[in-house]
Design a binder for this molecule. Sequence first.
Ligand code: ASP
Length: 440
Amino acid sequence: MSLTVCKFGGSSLADGNNIQRVADIVENDPGRRFVVVSAPGKRYSGDIKVTDLLYECYKECGQKGNCSESFAKIRKRFRSIVEELGMETFDIGSILDETEKQIEKNKSADFAASRGEYLNARIVAAKLGRTFVDAKDIIFFDANGQFDEKKSYPLIAEALADCQGAVIPGFYGTDINGKIKTFSRGGSDISGSIIARAVNADLYENWTDVSGFLACDPRIVNNPQKIETISFKELRELSYMGANVLHADSIFPVRKGDIPIKIKNTFRPEDAGTLILPSKKYVKSGNIVTGIAGKKDFTVIYLEKSMMNSEIGFARKVLSVLEKDGICFEHMPSGIDTLSLVIESRYFSESTLEELIEQLKEAVKPDYIHALENIALVATVGHGMASNIGTSARLFNALSEANINIRMIDQGSSEINIIVGIDNADYERCVRAIYREFFE
Ligand code: ASP
C-alpha cells in the first residue's frame, strides 16, 4: 500500500462541516496515514482567519496583560466546530482554558499564532480516532531560525514509525531555546512537506480549495487551462513569480526526497488536480509552455561603462553595494558594456533609490546610470521551451503584435523560462498575449 501524507489548508477546515469532508477524504484511502492541518481559515469572504485572531490575542495581551476579549472569538469558533462535528464528549472547554492561560503566560506572537493549528489538530485527531503528535516535539529550528533537518527528520521518523495514523499541527516547531516558533504565513505547507520527506512517503497530497494550478492568473485570462502535471523546476519558477497555491518554500523537502506533490480540491475531490513531479519522474506534457506568471513593481538600474567586460571585479563591486544595503536582486542581465539590476521596488523610497545610485557611481564610476521604475516581470515557463526551436520568436512576436514594449529580457540557463520586463501598465495585456499565442 502506498504511503500518503496529506495536508489540509485553512479553508478546507474552516468549520465543522468542512472538517467532516476532510475526515471522509482521509478515511476513504487507508494510505492516508499522516494528516497535517492548518488553523481554520475563512468561512466566507470578509471572515477572519483564526491565525489572524490569534495575533490579535497576542496584541491584546501586550496592551492589557490578558487576552480575554479576543480569545472569546477563538472560543466561539472552536466550540461551534466541535458542536457541528457532534463531538459532545470531547472536552474542548478545558483545552481552550489552558490555551488562553498559556498565550497570556508565553507573551510570544509565534506561540499565540501556533495555537490555531494546535487546537485544530487536537479536534481532527479526536474526530478521526488517530494519535495527536505535537509538532513541537518533532520539528526543530536551528540557531539561524532555519528548519533543522538533521535534528528533525530522525525524530519525526521515530515518532511516526509505529503509528498507524496520526494528526500533526502544521506551521510551527521548536527553536533552540525550546520556544515555539512558526514558519512564515501559509507555512503548514512546509510542515506537510517535511513530514512527507521524513517518513519517505510515496505522495504528498496538499488539499486546498482549488483544483490545482492554472496556466495563468484567472483574474487576467478567463477560464485558463488547468495544469495536469508540472515539474518541481517549473513550479519553482511559477510560484516564485506569484502563482501561489503552495508556499514557495514547501517544495524543497519533498523535492530532495523525489516525492511527488498532488494538489487537490477538498470541495471537489473527484477533480484530478495537479501532479507536481521530480525531474526523475517527469514526463513532458507535450505543451511547449506549462504556465505564465508575473509580478508588478520592479525597478531596473541600468549601468553603462566602456570596456566593462575587461574590468575585473566590476560586478562584484556592484553587488557589494547591494549586499551592504541588504538589498536582494532578482536578475542581472548584462552586455559587453552594460549591466542591469532588477530589484523589487519595495526596497526603495525615492531617497533610498537616489542614495543607491550615488553609491554605485562611487563604487564603479559608470559612464551612464539610470533607473527605470514601474516595471513588471512576466515569466513564461515550460520544459518544452528548451527543445522547441522558435519559441522565443513566437513569444516576442506575440508581444510585438500586442504593441508591448519589452524593456528587458532574461532567459534562465536551464532554458525552461523566458522572463520579460515591461511597463506595469502593460502587465495584463502581456500575460493575455502570451497565453493566446501558446494556449489558444
Ligand atoms: N495558519 C497559518 C496562516 O494563516 C499557517 C497556514 O495556514 O499554513 O498563515
